[in-house]
Design a protein around this ligand. Structure first.
Ligand code: DO4
Ligand code: MG
Length: 295
């Protein structure tokens, strides 16, 4: 069961896509309201939503044909780093190709008890499906990072899963790890969506195929795939560190790190179409442009 939002005229509408492919318009303002209604009723969100749609007629259009938005307004997006061997190798490569040999930081954090966690985005910097993500004008080595996103409530409970893009500047981070915030946080540097799949409807979050495809002028120039089974850490472990002596807000998203890095010679160009697909969760599509080109 997957929750989405779309724009209809000037209104934001909440929808649900059921396992049989039928989609319904929900009479609720947002995902977190549904979750708290379900808790009050003592049932799972899945059971609650099934009861809400039982007398409704499905939406005639396929969700993908609607004006999809971020599935929720995430007040904060956090991200984990170097949680996959592929990311560790990529960081070591970019750090040693730059001015500072910082490989030891990435190797250490991969094995350390404490994971790398960083503030990735605020709701104003986070875009949804079909929107433009930004390239930095001061970087010449930029990539999307395809990541499984956890949608959390204020207690750190995992409400659902979404697809995320942790846009990254490999040259800026590679020059000096202290530049991480500039390599990671800037205008439209994060995308999430289009769906949140409810936790109780995912059989095994450690067995989700993830793919990242990039098209330039209609030609596929990157086609990488991996699986969340390669994740070095448990999801609860990442959340446990995130909430330690920290305040979480309902709808916070935690991106769990990338298992997909384009080949080292690749950098994004303006106009590239980025597709991030997580099996059973959804496909997030965005176009990359420089900030001054934003529509
Ligand atoms: O260490 C830098 C960030 C790593 C990251 O974003 C990732 O592994 O996904
Ligand atoms: Mg990342």
């Amino acid at each position: 069961m997957r929750i989405f939002r779309y724009r209809e005229d000037s209104r934001i509408v909440l929808g649900v896509l059921m396992e049989d492919g039928a989609a319904y318009r929900l009479n609720a303002p947002d995902l977190m309201t549904l979750v708290s209604e379900a808790r009050k009723a003592g049932v799972t969100s899945e059971v609650h939503i099934k009861s809400l749609v039982q007398d409704l007629s499905p939406i005639q259009a396929a969700p993908e044909s609607l004006a999809l938005l971020t599935p929720l307004d995430a007040p904060e997006v956090w991200a984990a780093g170097v949680t996959y061997q592929r990311s560790r190798e990529a960081r070591n490569y970019e750090a040693t190709a730059g001015k500072l040999d910082a490989s030891t930081f990435y190797d250490k954090v991969y094995d350390a008890e404490r994971p790398e966690l960083f503030m990735k985005s605020t709701s104003a910097r986070t875009v949804g499906p079909g929107e433009q993500v930004c390239l930095r004008s001061d970087s010449s080595w930029q990539v999307p990072e395809a990541e499984l996103g956890l949608v959390l409530d204020r207690s750190g409970a995992i409400i659902g899963y979404t697809a995320g893009n942790d846009m990254s500047c490999r040259d800026i981070e590679g020059e000096n790890p202290l530049y991480l915030p500039q390599a990671k946080i800037y205008r439209n540097s994060c995308a999430i969506g289009p769906f949140v799949r409810l936790t109780e409807t995912v059989a095994d979050p450690y067995n989700l195929a993830i793919a990242c495809r990039i098209y330039r002028d209609g030609v596929k120039v990157v086609d990488e795939s991996a699986n969340t089974g390669q994740l070095k850490r448990r999801l609860e472990e990442l959340v446990g560190h995130l909430k330690r002596d920290n305040a979480l807000y309902d709808g916070t998203v935690l991106l769990t790190g990338t298992c997909l890095v384009p080949p080292n010679h690749f950098t994004l160009a303006s106009g590239d179409r980025i597709e991030i697909e997580i099996a059973g969760i959804g496909t997030l599509v965005n176009t990359a442009v420089y900030a001054h080109e934003l529509e």
